[in-house]
Design a protein around this ligand. Structure first.
Ligand SMILES: C[S@@+](CC[C@H](N)C(=O)[O-])C[C@H]1O[C@@H](n2cnc3c(N)ncnc32)[C@H](O)[C@@H]1O
Length: 224
């Protein structure tokens, strides 16, 4: 259960970002913005189910754009990591967060925790994870919850199947009704948060050791 103060904070953040959502062909890759009200329902279900918690969970948005998902998620996890390939889009994070924080302060709500770090790079490039490890001490195999808004969802699923830890969660936003199936990932919640927009997958528990040990496609930095 959340206090009124918390609920008002999350609502302000959702309203702030949802007033500037994007849905266009960006310079690199297809850019669209998550509806944070809908995502909030998903997060609340994850929290209520004990699948995430602010003491332990490492979260990664694999195409974070201006970091809006990272900001909302930061209240619910220990570390909120974002990766964005397009430096111009990533540069929107600082000014937009500063604007948001001044509104949060004006309304005496709760500022985001100091646990958000965004990286410029490709989520498919081992070098990106080397940078994350050097800065945060976090490896790919330490990430508990991966996120994408459709972007490269199938390639990220392959990477998670090959190199994430057993039981790692993968939240794919942007699908309803017809859900993709990914090898070695099971569907845990086909309609997380009952918003008709996001599906939660989990890496099979038994597939991890064998796949990491046998796959020559898994770079060393991605291994535990
Ligand atoms: C659909 S947008 C989602 C933005 C944000 N996660 C959200 O939900 O509001 C996808 C973002 O992924 C970025 N992207 C595309 N390919 C990428 C890659 N290989 N690694 C990291 N980011 C990537 C795009 O530039 C774009 O900003």
């Amino acid at each position: 259960m959340f206090t009124d103060h918390q609920v008002n904070t999350f609502s302000l953040i959702a309203a702030f970002f949802d007033s500037c959502r994007f849905g266009y062909e960006g310079f690199e890759g297809y850019r669209k913005s998550t509806d944070l009200y809908k995502l909030l329902r998903c997060i609340q279900e994850l929290e209520a189910s004990g699948l995430i918690d602010s003491q332990h969970t490492v979260f990664a948005d694999l195409g974070c754009a201006d970091g809006r998902v990272n900001i909302l998620m930061s209240y619910f996890v220990k570390l909120s990591v974002g990766i964005e390939i397009d430096s111009e889009i990533l540069a929107e994070f600082g000014p937009r967060k500063a604007d948001l924080c001044s509104r949060i302060e004006q309304t005496k709500l709760i500022l985001p925790p100091d646990n958000i770090t965004l990286f410029r790079g490709s989520s498919l490039d081992p070098e990106t994870y080397s940078k994350i490890h050097a800065q945060l001490g976090v490896r790919f195999a330490d990430i508990d919850l991966f996120y994408t808004y459709i972007t490269l969802h199938d390639l990220f699923a392959e990477q998670i199947a090959a190199a994430a830890k057993p039981g790692a969660l993968y939240l794919v936003y942007g699908f309803s009704r017809v859900l993709p199936r990914y090898e070695k990932l099971e569907i845990l919640a086909p309609d997380l948060g009952s918003q008709g927009i996001a599906a939660l997958y989990r890496k099979e528990l038994e597939s991890w050791n064998k796949s990491v040990q046998t796959s020559s496609r898994v770079p060393a930095i991605l291994r535990a």
